[in-house]
Ligand binder design. Structure first.
Ligand code: GTP
Ligand code: MG
Length: 578
């Protein structure tokens, strides 16, 4: 069934695209009807291209799924799912019963984002195909519609449906983090800094539902891109999949055309061979730019829920940025970005090795965001990616080391792990079970405190951070902060960071390190006059030192002395000195 239906869908889509090109926008609507027919056929029949590399193993020996196996599972689940805007007052059971007429529903959940939405996962794609078949065209009187049909729908109540006051509460899931004040309160109820760090991670990390929604958005967007490139896939990367994502983080996506492009060349088996005629371009970058330009235009013109589409094609890594309103995600779509995908896999692997890795990264990323060391807005700030590499480097420096170097992970790689992308060796072991860790027993509190101490005194002016070797290196360039890109060794991932931002980071590390050495900060229990905030919560309070720094008064006293005098003023009354 799969082999017989694939050429039909490919032809249908090529025809639609050809018409789009030749007839121009005047006939856009007619072409979209063809596109819709093509989409319906694909939903029911064609298996998804689930990964950017074939899975090396479905499962590792120890039963833990590999990064690519998890990606493949989530993509397949997303293909069986639909996103439905709902009237929140209609009875939940009625809605589910109504949708179940089209096929068995495996799972569903709801959330709020500019209205109530339900993510409904059918047991098979036939359920989705039947639902698409049964959906109608919106009738909004005077308004004109772009007739693009997709798995993003609205459920309308005709008035006779049973109403309920709290219909969706049971399956409603928050897609953002709890407000910081609530989180601080929760942290202060914990018994130790270790538990605070664990609590913060649990409160911030992506939920199963949020991950499902991220893959569903990729799948919806892939349906649009597939009108031009039927064998493409759109895969999330970065913090959506690397294990360090926080609820509310952006959705980085990668349009994978490797099944179409020349990268997966087949060796001819006979004397005669056929190849496609294709348009030539000056460079890979030009190809990426033109593909993203067209897909960006499609999202802008007929992508349901895609708003504020900006094509940023002259960036080092060209991208299309937009908001996907029904999910609430800020999206960055790139193409030809396989090294970043590999970085996501590496970070995921490190996060799987020891729970302390993710917990420490979460708390340090949270701390950095609370103090404005990192930001969503591009600029001279340290990025979350750079900060994560800094934490990994620090963990490699502990004795015994908490995690191994990238070179060691490369030595453990088997032939199937070999990966060379654009001349860069990105090989490392994918099977977590093959990695032997040293016997590190440091607590999270110790690691957090040592992290601040480590970077408070790091020789940034001379040294570069290198997780491949797990050693400081002499800086090859004059940038204030030099962090070698794990896979493109000539690149500095923190090239954007300027001197003042680095100084601020160092001053904040000094302050936090000093704070963690104060007894009254560390142990709330049994203190005569316990502070309102303690432990990790104190580190998240607005920093006095950073405020002084920003007013450029730093030269009056050395930073360490300023920290001490400022913190003296924070000490609770009657609190003895350490
Ligand atoms: P968030 O801030 O939570 O979005 O973290 P993130 O890890 O998703 O970072 P971001 O959205 O900035 O970048 C997405 C991914 O692109 C990262 O995880 C990296 O894999 C990659 N990336 C980001 N910055 C760089 C860089 O400077 N160099 C390289 N090679 N890759 C980068
Ligand atoms: Mg991101």
């Amino acid at each position: 069934m799969r082999t017989s239906s694939l050429p039909t869908s490919t032809m249908a889509s090529s025809t639609a695209v050809h018409r789009l090109h030749t007839r121009g926008r005047g006939n856009l609507f007619k072409c979209l009807k063809n596109l819709d027919a093509f989409l319906r056929r694909r939903v029911g029949t064609v298996a998804v291209t689930a990964r950017n590399e074939p899975p090396r193993k479905e499962e590792n020996e120890g039963g833990r799924l590999s990064f690519y196996a998890i990606q493949a599972q989530r993509q397949e689940q997303a293909e069986r799912s639909v996103l439905i805007g709902c009237t929140p007052t209609v009875n939940e059971n009625k809605i589910i019963k109504f949708l179940s007429r089209h096929g068995n529903i495996k799972k569903y959940f709801t959330y709020e984002s500019y209205g109530t939405y339900a993510v409904v996962e059918f047991a098979s794609r036939e359920g989705v195909a039947s639902l698409l078949e049964g959906a109608g065209i919106p009738n909004n009187g005077h308004e004109s519609m772009v007739p693009y049909k997709s798995r993003l729908m609205s459920l309308k109540s005709l008035g006779s449906a049973e109403l309920s006051k709290q219909p969706w509460s049971q399956h409603n899931h928050l897609q953002t983090t709890i407000p910081i004040n609530n989180l601080m309160q929760k942290l202060c109820l914990e018994e130790s800094i270790d538990q605070q760090i664990i609590r913060l991670t649990e409160a911030c990390q992506l939920t199963e539902e949020n991950s499902h929604l991220r893959f569903l958005v990729c799948s919806l967007l892939k349906d649009i891109a597939a009108a031009y490139f039927p064998e493409c896939s759109i895969q999330p990367f970065g913090s959506s999949v690397n294990g360090f994502g926080k609820l509310g983080c952006d959705l980085d996506m990668f349009l994978d055309l490797d099944n179409i492009s020349g990268r997966n060349l087949k060796t001819p088996k006979s004397a005669l061979t056929l190849e496609y005629q294709m348009k030539r371009a000056d460079s890979e970058r030009t190809v990426t730019q033109s593909i993203l330009s067209v897909i960006g235009e499609c999202l802008d013109q007929f992508g349901p829920g895609c708003v504020g589409v900006h094509k940023i094609l002259n960036a080092r890594c060209p991208l299309v940025r937009f908001s996907h309103q029904p999910s609430g995600f800020q999206c960055d779509l790139t193409a030809n970005n396989r090294v970043a995908m590999k970085s996501s896999e590496l970070l995921y692997l490190y996060g799987q090795l020891d729970p302390r890795v993710r917990q420490l990264v979460f708390s340090i990323r949270f701390w950095a965001r609370a103090h404005g060391v990192t930001s969503n807005i591009p600029g001279a700030w340290i990025t979350n990616f750079s900060l994560t590499v800094m934490v990994l480097f620090f963990l490699q420096q502990r004795r015994p080391a908490v995690i191994p170097t990238l070179n060691h992970l490369r030595e453990l790689a088997g032939p199937a792990d070999r990966s060379v992308i654009e001349g860069n060796d990105c090989t490392f072991v994918s099977d977590v079970e093959k990695i032997q860790l040293q016997n590190s027993t440091e607590t999270l509190e110790q690691l957090l405190s040592e992290f601040f101490e480590f970077y408070a005194t790091f020789a940034f002016s001379k040294k570069s951070i290198n997780i491949r070797k797990g050693k400081e290196q002499n800086k090859p360039e004059a940038a204030p902060l030099h962090i070698q890109n794990p896979f493109e060794s000539a690149l500095n991932v923190s090239k954007n960071v300027n001197g003042p931002q680095l100084e601020r980071f160092v001053a904040l590390c000094q302050e936090s390190s000093w704070l963690l050495q104060q007894r009254y900060i560390r142990a709330p229990k049994g203190a005569d006059n316990p502070p309102a905030h303690w432990g990790l919560a104190t580190l998240l309070l607005p920093s006095r030192i950073a405020m002084v720094n920003s007013r450029k008064k730093r030269k009056t006293k050395p930073a360490s002395e300023m920290v001490k005098s400022l913190l003296e003023s924070l000490r609770p009354v009657n609190q003895p000195k350490n």
